[in-house]
Design a binder for this molecule. Structure first.
Ligand SMILES: *Cc1c(COP(=O)(O)O)cnc(C)c1O
Length: 476
């Protein structure tokens, strides 16, 4: 019998939504009070637990790291099988191989999944977990997601053809790369619906928030979110911090990570790993010129600007949703304080952290912005010096890592996309188009399907409601 009293629950960053178990949090996405779910307590891994990860296959470490978050909602052996199936779709044996770039400089390649983006790591698992839960509950769900590039492709790849799920993906019209768009729009699965919104990624994200705050509709359509606010994605991403740090000597040696950042999901997963006991020395937030996170760490003032289109579109974001989770921690887990700050963001267009909150963030995080010229020279110089070709998102990370004093602590930069997904930027920097892996080439000739919609909430809901095949009677 599972011990219900010791079962991990999740609470909302805004303090008023009901605490939920893992499966409900996974299906819910955004909490009903507008907040994000976080574990009520952080599971702890001892030095011995972490030492024991050394030499184990990725999927096995993954199962061990995630088990405390899942609890008795899914039996251990069944969970381990789902994890193993998710990572069997990766084309590299190590799943996330580490590449040595220079003394104490490492690159963690997260792009060996089906769509060659790091989003596959979370999405391949999430799709399997959701499918299992819905089937067992005899329920259906409508997934609606917004993407600035890679999330959509990874979600469509993972959820296409699943009977219990209808999936709608919003992307900013004309603001994702050609390859990213094709990866989404060439799916022939009937349950896949692509919507190109005439606006920015932040507009797409605002529509999505409005939809999830429309509680009557949300219940009627059994809306489920797969964006990086979904706790299950953060959980899945915390795994590679453990795997790579252990490969470099943790827990007996601390490691730095540098994370190309947009919506703050990936770097928050690093924070989660640190709270679980992994000795992380510094977490470097690397942004492109959309530098709101750099500015907030400098001044305490969180002030979104206009989004600027760059060569790293998956990071062209001014409102980083998952940052709310970190604010919750920095504010001593005070939901009332988070509400106050988020109200100020909505009404005055920004907020200011207290000195205490700010210094708690600075204890672990640094932040650096990298402009377009530096992205280009980073891709070019790295290719010249080492022969290694990286994509523009990864280049933002490498440039920031090079500017960070490491002093004998290994620095691991996360490589979030395969260079072939951004051939124009890579060619501009190196003079040579990157080779296209067969996985990417397969769908290039296929017909594209998507609908362009104005940035308008009513048009969006009309579109979704007319295409949902059947509405679930119950989800819980
Ligand atoms: C999503 C994405 C990022 C940013 O990750 P966040 O979790 O949103 O911070 C960086 N690079 C690539 C290629 C991505 O797809």
């Amino acid at each position: 019998m599972p011990d219900q009293a010791n079962e991990l629950r999740y609470v909302s960053t805004r303090g008023t939504a009901p605490a939920l178990g893992f499966e409900d949090v996974m299906l819910t996405g955004l909490a009903r009070d507008g907040g994000l779910y976080v574990p009520e307590v952080w599971p702890q891994f001892t030095t011995l637990d972490i030492e024991a990860f050394a030499g184990l296959p990725y999927a096995e470490v993954a199962a061990r790291v995630m088990e405390p978050f899942v609890g008795s909602d899914i039996p251990q052996n069944e969970f381990a099988e789902l994890v193993s199936a998710a990572y069997a779709t990766f084309s590299h044996n190590a799943v996330t191989p580490l590449i040595e770039l220079g003394p104490d400089q490492w690159l963690l390649e997260l792009f060996h999944g089906p769509t060659l983006a790091f989003k596959d790591i979370a999405m391949q698992l999430l799709a399997r977990l959701m499918d299992r839960t819905l089937q067992r509950r005899n329920a259906r769900a409508t997934i609606v997601g917004a993407t600035s590039g890679d999330t959509g492709g990874a979600a469509i790849e993972a959820f296409a053809g699943r009977e219990a799920i209808e999936i709608f993906i919003l992307h900013p019209h004309g603001r994702v790369s050609d390859v990213q768009r094709r990866q989404m729009t060439t799916s022939s699965a009937e349950n896949v619906h692509n919507i190109a919104i005439e606006g920015t990624f932040d507009d797409c994200q605002a529509l999505l928030k409005a939809l999830f705050n429309d509680l009557e509709r949300r219940d009627r359509l059994s809306l489920a979110g797969v964006n990086s606010i979904n706790w299950a994605r953060i959980m899945a991403q915390s795994v590679y911090y453990f795997v790579s740090a252990v490969a470099l000597g943790a827990p007996n040696r601390a490691v730095n990570f540098c994370v190309p950042t947009g919506n703050f999901g990936d770097v928050f997963a690093g924070y989660a790993a640190s709270r679980m006991g992994l000795p992380i020395n510094r977490l470097v937030i690397a942004t492109n010129v959309n530098d709101i996170l750099v500015r907030v760490l400098k001044s305490g003032s969180y002030q979104p600007n206009e989004v600027i289109a760059t060569s790293s579109p998956s990071m062209d974001i001014q409102v980083s949703s998952n940052f709310e989770r970190l604010i919750f921690e920095a504010a001593g887990r005070d939901g009332t304080r988070v509400c106050q700050l988020m109200d100020s963001l909505g009404q005055q267009g920004g907020f200011t952290l207290s000195e205490e909150e700010l210094s708690s963030l600075r204890g672990l995080f640094s932040a650096m912005a990298v402009d377009e010229a530096e992205v280009e020279t980073t891709i070019r110089d790295l290719a010249r010096e080492t022969g290694y070709v990286c994509d523009p998102h990864t280049a933002v990370g490498i440039a920031a890592a090079r500017r960070t004093q490491s002093e004998g602590v290994p620095m691991v930069t996360l490589s979030t996309a395969h260079p072939a997904k951004f051939p124009d930027a890579v060619e501009a920097a190196t003079g040579k188009r990157p080779d296209v892996p067969p996985r990417l080439e397969q769908r290039f000739g296929a017909e594209e399907r998507f609908t362009v919609l104005e940035n308008n909430y009513d048009l969006l809901t009309e579109f979704i409601e007319s295409r949902v095949r059947a509405v679930s009677e119950t989800t819980s």
